[in-house]
Design a protein around this ligand. Structure first.
Ligand code: LLP
Length: 416
């Protein structure tokens, strides 16, 4: 995997042995590869070259400040969904004027915060939200840039928990209400219509539904132009899948070509919001084996990482490759479940894996750059773990391991 390869049977992040990172920063620990991130972004750039496009990286996939800073330097803007993510982008020096604020439940406070920060556009999900943004913008003497997130009612082939564009989902403005909702936006004061957006699902292994959704959005843009409402961009969301196990992710060229064709010679630029595609395979979770135990259920490799760092297997039954950091020649591989210390039966990072590993040794859980650290929790009073970014032979701690007292710093013991 780009960024994480064996050299002399020792797994490295670029040029840095993972053993060294474990020694310096302890485990569990996330390790990100700058080269892997850059390769993904460059791939998108090449696929879309010659076209007017913008990459708004989905911060929810991994909002570490160093990750955002690096992506901003590669020319990315951002897709954010909360005041917290907005603050992260600001702290990392990202360009908010090119960024978009998505999400189905923006609070008034978040709307004010984004207006003050000069957000590129609000991606609005309902008439009520339009009215709220209009009211706030007028009160502040500002004009809010808005686009509608439309639900194109498209079924996709992915885990049902991460499909978003089917008819009846909570996301977006229903397709048959799209025109009317634009008319409302056009009537309300304090708003300026910018574009149209959708996001139909995540970890899509086929790009065709994304192109089909784009076709619907472009048709809508044509209808709106006839009514005198000119859009600047069409945002097709994220969703590009990656390879975790044996999935064949969509090739970029037909995806980009399909979108190019759909837009044709219209004066519309394209926005994409990839999250997983950029970060998924650019990170691993480094963990140490604490114990090996046997029960009637078989052999359990108990590691120091858990569902608190990687929730995807527990939440979606997701599969992540698990490999030894040091490959031992001539050792027998045995069937085992790799489990964490958290008190839940679903705290299992990998079921029925064939591994040769002993207590005290290190394992790498792959494809942990996206939706791992960002979905972390402190269940069982486990503080956030360290995060390290590798760039060639350079490795920087980009998040210090949290302390337990930070977890309860806001709590109070009652007096008396
Ligand atoms: N744009 C919007 C509006 C989104 O809701 C999302 C993801 C993205 C972009 C980025 O999608 P991506 O390119 O990463 O597929 N926790 C789940 C994934 C949830 C995705 C939610 N929305 C997982 O671990 O698989």
């Amino acid at each position: 995997m780009e960024g994480f390869e064996y050299q002399d049977n020792r797994l490295h992040a670029e040029s840095v042995p993972l053993e060294l990172i474990a020694e310096e920063h302890g485990t569990p620990c996330f390790v990100y590869s700058a080269a892997a991130m850059e390769r993904q972004v460059e791939g998108l750039r090449t696929a879309f070259s010659g076209q007017s496009y913008r990459i708004c990286y989905a911060v929810k996939a991994n909002g570490n400040l160093a990750v955002l800073q690096y992506l901003a330097r590669l020319g990315c803007a951002f897709d954010l969904v909360s005041g917290g993510e907005l603050a992260r982008v600001q702290a990392a020096g990202g360009d908010l004027s090119q960024s978009v604020f998505s999400g189905v439940g923006k609070t008034s406070e978040e709307i004010r915060q984004a207006l003050d920060a000069g957000i590129g556009a609000f991606h609005v999900e309902s008439p009520s939200e339009l009215e709220r943004i209009s009211r706030i913008a007028q009160k502040e003497g500002k004009v809010a840039p808005v686009s509608l997130r439309i639900n194109p009612a498209i079924e996709v082939n992915t885990h049902p928990h991460i499909a978003t564009g089917f008819r009846g989902s909570k996301f977006g403005v229903p397709w048959d209400e799209a025109l009317d909702t634009y008319r409302i936006a056009n009537r309300l004061g304090g708003l300026e219509i910018r574009g149209v957006a959708c996001h139909i699902g995540s970890q899509l292994v086929d790009a065709e539904p994304i192109v089909a959704a784009a076709r619907q959005l472009v048709d809508l843009a044509d209808r709106l132009r006839e009514e005198g409402i000119d859009l600047e961009y069409v945002d097709v969301g994220g969703g590009l899948g990656i390879c975790y196990h044996d999935e064949k992710p969509p090739a970029l060229e037909p995806y980009a070509e399909g979108l190019r064709e759909v837009i044709g010679d219209r004066p519309l630029s394209l926005v994409i919001e990839p999250g997983r595609y950029v970060m998924g395979n650019a990170g691993i979770l480094l963990t140490r084996v604490e114990y090996i135990k046997h029960t009637a259920g078989g052999r359990f490799v108990v590691v120091d990482a858990a569902m608190t760092e990687l929730m995807r297997p527990a939440l979606y039954g997701a599969w992540h490759a698990i490999m030894p950091v040091t490959k031992m020649e001539g050792r027998e591989r045995r069937n085992c479940d790799v489990v964490g210390p958290v008190c839940e039966t679903t705290d299992c990072l990998g079921r029925s894996r064939r591994l040769s590993v002993e207590e005290g040794e290190l394992l790498a859980v792959f494809s942990c750059g996206a939706y791992a650290a960002s979905m972390g929790s402190s269940y069982n009073a486990r503080p956030p773990v360290a995060e390290v970014m590798v760039d060639g032979d350079r490795h920087d701690l980009v998040r210090c391991r949290g302390e337990v007292d930070q977890l309860y710093a806001g709590e109070r013991i009652r007096e008396g």
